[in-house]
Design a protein around this ligand. Structure first.
Ligand SMILES: [Zn+2]
Length: 600
């Protein structure tokens, strides 16, 4: 299989692809994946595919029949080779799609490169033909005679960008960046690494420091996991005005980082946590993959109950790594955990949906969030992270740790995939079958409220009521002279309009008939903004009421909401006042930093 990807008119956002398939036999079926591993949503990449034609080597057209939404059958009639030509529209800037414009081209193989049915295990070659002045970055191995993206801009000028993949899986597991990106190279763990950086930062970006910090994260995991399982690794970084995200691959990752993700320090540490997250997936979901996803089936959904493990544990390790590498202070990490606890406490869906259910339904729930998500579902990232912490603490009490468990799972199951009961069996081997079953029954298969006992670390979880629309928890209460607010039970994000984003099931707004998408314009006949409305909540207090005027489907509607006692659903974590030596030592063994003083 030989692919040639060119982009002669980048402003049209069209990648041109030529695929040559040798010895196609009488007929050949090709298809474009409907999803890409790591992102559990049927994205129907074929919706952007246009003008597919087929010919033999002499250029004689061959008949093409569309079989279904994503596959085509070509009458090859015993031709020596079939050459397919098609284009793919690429104007969606996310880590799992394709994007092409006057500044760069980026593609995920699954969204661009057709597979030839039955030939997926054969060697696949890729040639990328960039416009003049652009260069290519990918983790794919250069073919003999091809240019090496890791050589940087200066070396190896001229020549073709030719790459070889062992099979289709490896081909589409290596995204490709094409353009005038900055390329930063560094060594870590004895292996070459590169960072391809596209887009402008809003300030505070020091590329050399970023590469140095990425190297520290790589070194940390190399030590933790006993070596690096790849020959070289590429970080592709796209700077975006508002979005944050990443997609993991075996020898590379694409990171969508906010332009503002480099300043101030908190924002930068959040960016480093994203680096750590996607990088740690090299082991947890790539090296160690759910057996249910072996081999990948690009034609349909694949189901596993283990996404909570792969995303929850990775989320737990990302922020913790920022502290363990000395790149962030434990104070911010404890704030982060407090925010996660707060968010979970405010989700009625956490009482309805288990982590296993959340994993299985990712395709229709997690990846398709709506205004009812917090009432009906739980995030396997967020609750998974907290259950990973709970599990780590239980393992530490038993003289092991989550780190040790991860190494053991990778060693035991990397070759054939992690069976659905693999995590529980490994936990049972360390904590005993009964303790493991109880823990999984409560928190993984069940929906019991999370009881996080942090005493062994010298920490305690505290609760209070929210102090404003944007109070995400994680910190102790601030001084506030106003009386306790009455509780509305609706989320009102900051924005040009005062729009209800969601209504908490069972809360005052839910009972009174305030709906998601209602636009609040007045209270008691007077125009209000967010700040004024919070003041009204404080002034009326629990037992009082709001008389809201809202636009609903462009119609003015009055809704009176009796206010309730605010729930203590805002949590933060605090060091205990008189931590023992044992608690201090456990804290340091856990996160690598000294025990924080209470005021810190
Ligand atoms: Zn992840």
């Amino acid at each position: 299989m030989r692919y040639r990807v060119s982009m002669p008119e980048p402003h049209g956002h069209l990648f041109h692809v030529e695929l040559s398939v040798p010895r196609p036999g009488e007929a050949l079926t090709v298809g474009l994946p409907v999803w890409t591993p790591g992102s559990y949503l049927v994205r129907e990449y074929a919706r952007h595919l246009e003008e597919l034609t087929a010919a033999d080597v002499a250029g004689r057209p061959l008949p093409v029949e569309r079989l279904d939404k994503h596959r085509f059958r070509i009458e090859a009639r015993g031709a020596e080779e079939v050459v397919l030509r098609y284009r793919v529209y690429a104007h969606e800037l996310t880590v799992r799609t394709c994007h092409l414009d006057g500044t760069h081209g980026y593609f995920n193989g699954a969204a661009l490169l057709l597979y030839a049915e039955g030939r997926e295990r054969e060697e696949h070659r890729l040639e990328v033909v960039p416009p003049d002045g652009w260069r290519v970055a990918t983790a794919l191995a250069p073919s003999p005679g091809g240019r090496d993206p890791f050589d940087g801009a200066e070396a190896g000028r001229g020549g073709r960008w030719l790459f070889t993949a062992r099979d289709y899986d490896e081909l589409v597991d290596a995204p490709v960046e094409v353009g005038t990106h900055a390329l930063l190279r560094f060594e870590a763990g004895g292996r070459p690494h590169a960072l391809a950086l596209w887009g402008r930062a809003a300030g505070g970006l020091d590329p050399a420091r970023l590469a140095g910090d990425a190297a520290r994260i790589v070194e940390h995991f190399a030590r933790l996991m006993g070596g690096l399982p790849y020959r070289r690794f590429l970080f592709i970084v796209h700077l975006h005005p508002s979005a944050r995200g990443g997609l993991e691959h075996a020898a590379s990752t694409t990171l969508l980082v906010k332009r503002g993700g480099f300043f101030p320090r908190d924002a930068y540490e959040d960016t480093l946590a994203l680096f750590a997250h996607e990088f740690f997936h090299v082991w947890n979901v790539k090296g160690l993959r759910p057996a249910a996803l072996v081999p990948y089936d690009y034609r349909r959904e694949q189901y596993t109950r283990l996404l909570w493990w792969f995303e929850g544990v990775t989320s737990y390790c990302d922020e913790l790594t920022v502290v363990r590498t000395g790149l962030g202070a434990p104070k911010r990490y404890l704030e982060h955990l407090g925010e996660e606890l707060t968010s979970l406490a405010r989700q009625p869906g956490a009482r309805k949906m288990s982590l296993e259910d959340a994993s299985l339904t990712a395709w229709v729930k997690y990846y398709r969030p709506d205004e009812n998500s917090s009432n009906s579902a739980v995030s396997y990232y967020q609750k998974g992270e907290l259950v990973a912490l709970l599990l780590d603490l239980a393992l530490r009490r038993a003289g092991c740790s989550l780190d040790e468990l991860l190494r053991a799972l990778v060693e035991q199951h990397a070759a054939r995939g992690l069976p659905e009961d693999g995590v529980e069996r490994a936990v049972a081997a360390r904590l005993g079958a009964e303790a493991a079953r109880e823990l999984f029954d409560r928190y993984v298969r069940g929906t019991a409220p999370l009881e996080l006992d942090l005493a062994q670390l010298g920490l305690t979880v505290r609760r209070r009521r929210a102090q404003g629309w944007d109070d995400k928890g994680g910190a102790p209460p601030k001084p506030d002279e106003r009386p306790a607010p009455g509780w509305l039970g609706a989320a009102l994000p900051d924005g040009p309009k005062l729009k209800v984003a969601s209504v908490r099931e069972g809360g005052p707004a839910w009972r009174a008939g305030l709906y998601a998408d209602d636009e609040i314009v007045a209270e008691d006949g007077l125009r209000v903004d967010r700040a004024a409305l919070w003041n009204r909540l404080c002034e009326r207090g629990p037992g009082g009421a709001l008389r809201l005027t809202v636009f609903r489907r462009e119609e003015l509607v009055e809704v009176e909401v009796p206010l309730a006692e605010p729930p203590e659903d805002t949590l933060w974590i605090e060091p205990v006042a008189d931590a023992t030596e044992a608690q201090r030592a456990s804290f340091q063994a856990w996160c690598g930093a000294p025990f924080p003083t209470r005021s810190a």
